[in-house]
Design a protein around this ligand. Structure first.
Ligand SMILES: Cc1ncc(COP(=O)(O)O)c(C=O)c1O
Length: 443
């Protein structure tokens, strides 16, 4: 088994440089690339670039390749299905993979009673569908979402997003009727309170202030929430947060819609992150890790909520048979061992990062669940001034040393490796991260 990255060329290497130049000419400049990685192939946690360099991947292709890159069982399922049926469109016809996967997800989704499943191709599509279904079912026009939330970039999902202004710049007007409220970001409480003495002031504010002053709760269709905020900084709210927020939702007939696109499918050590918080959501949006890299989005909802009529929502490619078979294979692997591995190795990773925190003043906060872990970088632990430049420099230097990382929030680094990660691979990551923090300075 491979133990460490191999960097043979300067980065980017000559082949990578050529391709990046072509990319600059022909590919949309709207993408955000932290560093010049041009991938040729990948297996497990090891990514090979076009110059023969080998990197240790703690990004999983943005929290997607849950079973590791090109897991042999997923590849087998994909190949078999590709030889049988590539596409027929589950919106107008029936086929087995979509039905079997719907049954599996319906049984997996937390909460009693029958569930039904809608299929799209991405996270944004899953959220978009949730948004429309919430309106359809409740016949209400208003919605709540959270600051720091990322729900995708289509117009509806973007309207729920409140992550970075660049994502919204020049796209207004967006979908009206959405109010963003502060998330339970306890490391930097937006209300300057302290958990647990705050008594969850952020939740109480919704009922005591928002619903009494500007937002009639009877007009609110849904609260859209990430169980653990992803792009916002891998922010884990206090244990009672979702229960209390859901209680308020239930009191006023508001749907609780959890966006598990990033936190879902075993990453946190449970199939859905919301299971850590003891809440059964009304609707769950899924994508990313669901099909090990094949494009798929899904939405589960209680059967009585999914009451929309034929023709009210659909997508030509949604629920593609190859993607559905990849998802079934992925879920089988998650249930067999990978969810358990996420819990065990996630603890190993968090413990290791907390140990490094003892010797690196800039590691202000280490947080997460399972293999959804982040380090928030600060200039000073007292003032907590965000170390934005340092964060980006560390990520770039880690790449030079062969470790692939991504940022989240303004000044955090996320660690979201495939759930197949071994203890040795985590130790390699920790060792490189330690070296990189030690050597990185910014002006
Ligand atoms: C929580 C969450 N929801 C939705 C999305 C959008 O997913 P996609 O990029 O597949 O449209 C993302 C993507 O990062 C996400 O993290």
């Amino acid at each position: 088994m491979r133990k460490s990255p191999v960097i043979k060329t300067s980065l980017p290497g000559p082949n990578a440089r050529k391709l990046i130049n072509q990319d600059k000419t022909y590919v949309s400049p709207s993408y955000t690339r932290y560093y010049p990685l041009v991938v040729e192939k990948a297996k497990g946690l090891w990514v090979h670039d076009v110059d023969g360099n080998v990197f240790l991947d703690f990004t999983a292709g943005i929290a997607v390749c849950a079973t590791g890159h090109c897991h042999p069982e997923v590849i087998r399922a994909v190949k078999k299905q590709a030889g049988l049926l590539l596409h027929m469109s589950g919106t107008d016809f029936y086929y087995r993979p979509q039905i079997v996967l719907a049954k599996k997800l319906a049984h997996l989704a937390p909460g009693k009673g029958n569930k039904k499943v809608y299929f799209g191709n991405s996270g944004a599509e899953a959220v978009e569908a949730a948004f429309k279904l919430a309106r359809w079912h409740t016949k209400r026009e208003l919605n709540l979402a959270f600051y720091g939330a990322f729900h995708g970039r289509t117009m509806g999902a973007l309207s729920l997003t409140a992550s970075k202004t660049i994502q919204k710049k020049h796209y207004n007007p967006l979908v009206p009727g959405i109010t963003h409220i502060p998330y339970a970001y306890c490391y930097r409480c937006p209300y300057n309170l302290c958990y647990p003495t705050c008594g969850l002031g952020c939740v109480r504010w919704v009922e005591d202030t928002l619903f009494r002053t500007t937002i009639p709760p009877e007009e609110v269709a849904a609260i859209f929430v990430e169980p653990i905020q992803g792009e916002g900084g891998y922010i884990v709210p206090p244990p009672e947060f979702h229960k209390e927020m859901n209680n308020i939702a239930k009191k006023y007939g508001i749907l609780y819609v959890t966006d598990e696109v990033q936190s879902g499918m075993g990453r946190t050590g449970k199939m859905f992150a919301i299971e850590h918080f003891g809440v059964d959501p009304d609707i769950i949006a899924l994508a990313k890790g669901i099909a090990s890299g094949m494009p798929l989005g899904a939405l589960t909802a209680r059967a009585e909520i999914m009451d929309w009529e034929a023709g009210s929502h659909a997508s030509t490619f949604g629920g593609n048979p190859v993607s559905c078979m990849a998802a079934l294979s992925t879920i089988e692997l998650l249930e067999k061992e990978l969810m358990e591995n996420a819990a065990v190795q996630g603890k190993h990773l968090s413990d290791g990062l907390r140990e490094l925190q003892q010797s690196h003043e800039c590691m202000g906060d280490v947080r997460g669940k399972g293999l959804m872990v982040a380090v928030e970088l600060v200039e000073d632990r007292e003032t907590k001034a965000p170390a934005r430049k340092l964060r980006s420099a560390i990520i770039r230097n880690a790449f030079q040393k062969g470790l692939l990382l991504l940022g989240c929030g303004e000044n955090s680094i996320r660690f979201c490796p495939p759930l197949t990660v071994s203890g040795t691979e985590i130790d390699t990551c920790l060792s490189i991260f330690n070296d990189v923090i030690g050597m990185t300075t910014v002006k």
